[in-house]
Design a protein around this ligand. Structure first.
Ligand code: C6P
Length: 421
């Protein structure tokens, strides 16, 4: 199985062997086999730098922030704010106060949906697409239920792309917000977001992008995109769980009310009147996930090293994707597989079914062979309904995966096919 060394198929400057050494979790056996981790779209693994940063913070640096005059508190505050700055620079936000720390993508979207409660009313419309994760559906349904506004959904075509003509006919003066994912977690489709944003702006509608699956694979520039809001999660970006980011244009963040009340989000409090703090603190009530912010900064610092970089990451993952698709074909598996999401413009996510085999069975057998994939609806039930299937098997690649691991996946699928064939 491992007769051929595929490392020379990597045309990027990435040194994958070296990178893999930085991820301790990868070096273990599962069910007697070396782990092949291909569930990166659910959550990515952490480089040692992130683990060490968090450990160091709790060992020597922990204190609450923005509160104490003492040394540890001042130092922790400086580091927390430095993390915000790193994120601002990474996504090219105009100001660091446009970067709000959240719990994750879900939290960021809910923050905005909550803020729009005072803006929307009956007759207004919110547009989403048929590609959305439940996190970018349910908060808008709740908002519409609360305000009497209407939710409109852009349908997708057979290969898992938003149908642009349908979008053009949906977006109108009634549209008060467009909320779309940048990259689909289930199908991998990379949406033409610049074009979609431009169309929304022509009708005066602001746009929120769910970037949970984009940030891990590509460099995102929020000013270039010109979106009003952009939400993402730390844990998919090689950082910790429980930390995420909501970017918002200053004017919009100033316009929206706070999401939660409590400490740190106020300037002054009396029983008669509370004055809210300025950005970004207005949206960060309570003690935040300080270690998480530091860990997320470490993850970005790691990925942005000159010898790594998101351009190479995206390119290498694309090579893994192309290789997998070619090997499915040449190893005689394609005929037994149904692929979902075959847009030319897609991230390194392969959603498929082995014909006649329930995705859960495929996932369970792959796990017995040490291969981690996700099975099920991937929190996108409307996509499953669109294709009239209960779920898929999803292999999602990261830049620490290898061509040899793709071979292991293929060997595993052959085993499944044999067992059910
Ligand atoms: N998708 C997946 O396996 P949180 O849970 O808040 O970090 O991210 C939610 C979320 C929002 N949008 C998209 C496009 C996502 O992919 C996710 C998380 C994981 O696909 C877990 S369901």
């Amino acid at each position: 199985m491992f007769l051929v060394q595929y490392s020379n198929m990597n045309t990027t400057p990435l040194n994958i062997d070296k990178i893999r050494k930085d991820f301790p979790v990868l070096h273990q056996e599962v069910n007697g086999y070396p782990l092949v981790y291909m569930d990166n779209a659910a959550s990515a693994q952490k480089p040692q730098l992130v683990i060490d940063t968090i450990s160091h913070y709790y060992s020597y640096e922990h204190s609450n922030i923005h509160r104490g005059v003492h040394h540890l508190s001042a130092e922790a505050t400086v580091k927390y704010e430095a993390a915000r700055k790193t994120i601002q620079e990474h996504i090219n936000a105009s100001f660091d106060h446009e970067v709000i720390f959240t719990k994750g993508t879900t939290d960021g979207i809910n923050l905005i949906a909550n803020g729009f409660r005072g803006i929307l009313s009956s007759g207004d419309e919110v547009i989403i697409s048929g590609l959305e994760h439940h996190s970018n559906i349910v908060p808008w349904q709740m908002l519409c239920e609360y305000t009497g506004a209407t939710l409109r959904v852009i349908p997708i075509n057979d290969i898992g792309e938003i149908i642009l003509e349908e979008y053009e006919s949906l977006v109108s003066e009634r549209t008060k917000l467009v909320a779309l994912n940048h990259v689909s977690n289930t199908l991998g489709t990379i949406n033409p977001v610049k074009e979609l944003i431009e169309l929304a702006h022509k009708k005066g509608a602001p746009v929120l992008l769910d970037g949970a699956q984009a940030l891990p694979h590509m460099k995102v520039d929020v000013q270039d995109l010109d979106c009003e809001f952009y939400a993402f999660s730390g844990h998919k970006l090689y950082g910790p769980t429980g930390i995420g980011v909501l970017y918002g244009k200053e004017e919009w963040l100033n316009k929206l009310p706070p999401y939660q009340g409590g400490g740190d989000m106020i300037k002054s409090v009396s029983f008669e009147k509370t004055t809210y703090n300025e950005l970004p603190f207005k949206f960060e009530a309570g003690t935040p996930h300080i270690a998480g912010a530091l860990g997320l900064k470490a993850a970005l610092d790691y990925c942005n090293q000159p010898e790594i970089g998101f351009e190479s990451i995206g390119q290498y993952e694309g090579e893994l994707l192309d290789y997998a698709m070619k090997q499915f074909e040449s190893e005689g598996l394609s005929g037994d597989m149904e692929f979902y999401g075959t847009s030319k413009n897609k991230a390194s996510v392969i959603s498929f079914l082995l014909k006649g085999v329930h995705p859960y069975d495929t996932g369970t057998i792959l796990d017995k062979l040490g291969i981690a994939v996700r099975t099920g609806h991937h929190c996108t039930e409307p996509i499953m309904d669109r294709y009239e299937i209960p779920g898929t098997v999803r292999a999602s690649f990261s830049f620490y995966n290898t061509f040899e691991e793709v071979d292991r996946l293929i060997e595993g699928l052959k085993r499944v096919k044999k067992m059910f064939g």
